[in-house]
Design a protein around this ligand. Structure first.
Ligand SMILES: Nc1ncnc2c1ncn2[C@@H]1O[C@H](COP(=O)(O)OP(=O)(O)OP(=O)(O)O)[C@@H](O)[C@H]1O
Ligand SMILES: [Mg+2]
Length: 288
């Protein structure tokens, strides 16, 4: 092989030094215990909580409108920033000044030091800039600059769906570009992706969702169900007209994870509180 030619194959052992170490990047929610790894105690394999999203993973956070995706993305951002890590937040839906208000209110509710935190959060506002929204190259150039100059560790894009509005044929290609870009820059990332109510709420599928799910390292599906029938009322033991919110890790290539559907609540401060697996939630209610 000519020395100038780029190498296209490797012996597995040559990759050892480049292989990422598996550990968790905390979200500040119970999700942190829902990813796990196997460690050996003697020769016995034991499951240990990873303590967060897998480091350097790119996770698709999907769900119907108002299911809590942005809340969770913001909570992850605040938690990371409060721990001294830098987060690049690409806001595609909500203008940056609204994002500011929302992050500030949540930080106060969580008792975090917003002055310190706000220095660790870098914002790119694509919501009011058509070029950034419609030209992936332009957005990636801006992101690369921010990642390099500010030395960020994490990236949130809320939402990736907003980057291929009106061109869903291009969805896979665009998601793939951002995926490769963030892998190259070694950023642990969350892609928020929206799905329409009609697209099977409990799955990661959707026109956009489907494109995202196959490319990323894992998916988290958030859902909400309106209690609207006698069946719902007796199954979930919730009053008619109330809302049951659920969250589930739909798959992850990098680590083992909990596969159950969990019930969560949105606190009055707009934070996510994961309560218990749905199966336990239903049982507990029956006992009461
Ligand atoms: N501060 C708050 N206090 C209580 N509830 C809130 C607060 N902020 C948001 N919510 C509730 O959380 C819901 C979910 O909000 P969120 O913005 O995370 O939805 P989303 O999944 O990002 O939706 P979309 O796809 O439309 O962006 C809101 O509709 C609202 O009912
Ligand atoms: Mg949102």
């Amino acid at each position: 092989m000519a020395e100038t030619e780029e190498r296209k194959y490797y012996e597995l052992s040559e990759i050892r030094d480049r292989a990422p170490k598996l550990f968790g990047v905390p979200t500040g929610t119970k999700l942190d215990e829902m990813f796990w790894k196997i460690e050996f105690e003697g020769d016995k394999p034991v499951r240990k909580p990873l303590g967060g999203l897998p480091h350097l993973s790119i996770i698709n956070l999907t769900g119907i409108p108002d299911s809590g995706k942005s809340l969770l993305a913001e909570q992850f951002t605040l938690h990371q920033a409060s721990e001294g890590y830098k987060v690049l937040f690409v806001t595609v839906e909500s203008p940056a000044n609204f994002l500011y208000t929302s992050l500030k209110a949540k930080a106060e509710y969580l008792g975090l030091d917003f002055d310190k935190i706000s220095r660790n959060i870098i914002v790119i506002d694509a919501s009011e800039n058509a070029e950034l929204r419609e030209d992936p190259r332009a957005l990636m150039d801006t992101m690369a600059y921010a990642i390099r100059e500010k030395r960020t560790n994490n990236v949130v894009i809320d939402s990736i769906t907003g980057l291929y509005e009106h061109k869903e044929m291009m969805a896979r290609q665009i998601v793939r570009q951002f995926f490769n870009f963030l892998k190259k820059w070694r950023q642990t990332s969350l892609f928020v992706s929206q799905k329409r109510s009609a697209q099977g709420a409990e799955t990661a599928e959707a026109a956009g969702g489907l494109a995202v799910a196959h490319i990323v390292d894992g998916s988290i599906v958030m859902d909400k169900r309106l209690i609207e029938s006698k069946w719902d009322m007796s199954t979930y033991k919730l009053p008619i007209g109330s809302v049951l919110r659920t969250i589930r890790i739909d798959g992850c290539r990098l680590t083992g994870h909990d596969t159950r559907t969990w019930v969560f609540e949105i606190s009055e401060g707009g934070t996510i509180e994961i309560i218990s697996p749905l199966e336990e939630f239903i049982k507990r209610k029956e006992v009461m």
